[in-house]
Write a protein that binds this ligand. Structure first.
Ligand code: GLA
Length: 370
């Protein structure tokens, strides 16, 4: 992490923008449901300086760009859409020099793109003293990132900008309200294993899921069955909705409503430190994502299937948008190294390589560090 900081030593402002894990509540955010993410230690470090000409420099990719060719690299469109969004809101942006890099893995389901957008907007706000509130910055980050073409929700941006050390945020995505939930379990840890299958949500079926849900929402709004979000519904409502919706829509809806229930039960079980129940909910979440919402992939399933048969792990599931990325495992700390060794070997015998992993440390959200 700190290895990036010397390259930013001369910068007038440096912001740390973390990635996030999500304990539970997947694909619920754009459906007005519940989720439970947390900002983590792995971060992007973003430096800003005044300059006569605007320039962008990615340390991880070793790429330098100007406004004119910013679109021609994988990370450029995120920054461009942030700038366009700020200009559309009437903010004047003088020329600047931006440099960023960090230890947050890219395309691993840890929200590196949102970390970039949130950190960039936060840095601009601080540097040019726009006095935008954190609440508005969160909205800006969501809308700017949607401009890149991913019809995502607000879970990532809320947790990255508002994260609280050692806590997950229980978010009600129908109102964007959130409250901290202590996420530290004595003797247990949150282990993240990266399948190495890279995903860019825009290239996956993520948008297809989001669109199907939005079509479903329009149908139910038109019939006054809901007034805002699919998550207003309860599982008991499903039989009466069968005439209104397609079979696939019912399947997705069932997943979303079950996942919302799981998030609420998870919060209760966190407060009771009921590790067995937490683990069961994680496994159930994965099965829902795999068989009902169908956003998993064989590499994610392989890791979770291993966890299900191993009593050193209490629960595991895929995390984030899916189709690759990482899994989250709730593991007894005493067994961590032997569990890691075995699951890594198992994964290697299937994929040919040892997966990257880390034990998540839950940290504060975006902050200025220089
Ligand atoms: C991605 C999106 C989030 C959310 C998750 C799935 O991370 O950016 O808004 O929809 O997928 O829970």
């Amino acid at each position: 992490m700190d290895s990036y900081l010397p390259s930013l030593a001369d910068y007038e402002l440096v912001v740390r923008s973390p990635g996030r894990i999500n304990l539970i509540g997947e694909h619920t955010d754009y459906n007005g449901g519940f989720c439970l993410p947390a900002a983590i230690q792995q971060s992007l470090y973003i430096g800003l300086n005044t300059s006569s000409k605007t320039q962008f420099n990615s340390l991880n990719y070793n790429e330098l760009r100007s406004i004119d060719n910013l679109n021609q690299c994988s990370w450029g469109p995120f920054l461009l859409h942030c700038l366009e969004f700020m200009r559309s809101k009437g903010f004047e942006i003088p020329p600047f020099n931006l440099r960023f890099g960090g230890d947050l893995p890219i395309g691993a389901g840890l929200s590196s793109s949102s970390a970039l957008c949130c950190g960039f907007l936060f840095a601009l706000n601080d540097f040019f003293q726009y006095n935008i509130t954190l609440e508005d910055l969160t909205k800006f980050a969501v809308y700017a990132e949607q401009g890149t073409g991913v019809i995502g929700g607000m879970m990532d941006q809320i947790s990255i900008l508002n994260g609280i050390k050692d806590h997950a945020l229980f978010i009600d995505c129908s109102t964007w309200n959130f409250k901290p939930v202590a996420a530290h379990l004595k003797n247990y840890c949150w282990l993240v294993i990266d399948t190495g299958i890279k995903h860019h949500l825009i290239d996956t079926d993520y948008n297809q899921r989001s669109r199907t849900c939005s079509v479903m929402k329009s149908k139910l709004l038109a019939k006054n069955i809901i007034s805002n979000h699919l998550s207003e519904l309860q599982l008991e409502d499903i039989p009466s909705l069968i005439p209104e919706l397609t079979e696939l829509e019912i399947q997705y809806l069932e997943y979303v409503l079950e996942e919302n229930n799981r998030v609420q039960q998870f919060v209760t079980s966190m407060n009771e430190a009921d590790v067995r129940r937490l683990g069961t909910l994680l496994f159930e979440s994965h099965q829902g994502l795999r068989f009902k919402y169908k956003v998993s992939c064989k590499e994610l399933d392989l890791l979770v299937d291993f966890a299900m048969k191993d009593d050193r792990c209490f629960g595991a599931r895929m995390m984030g948008g899916g189709f690759g990325g990482s899994t989250l495992h709730l593991v007894n700390q005493h067994n961590l190294s032997s569990y890691l060794e075995d699951i890594s070997q198992h994964y290697k015998s299937f994929s040919g390589f040892v997966p990257n992993y880390f034990v998540a440390t839950i940290e504060n959200g975006v902050q200025r560090i220089q």
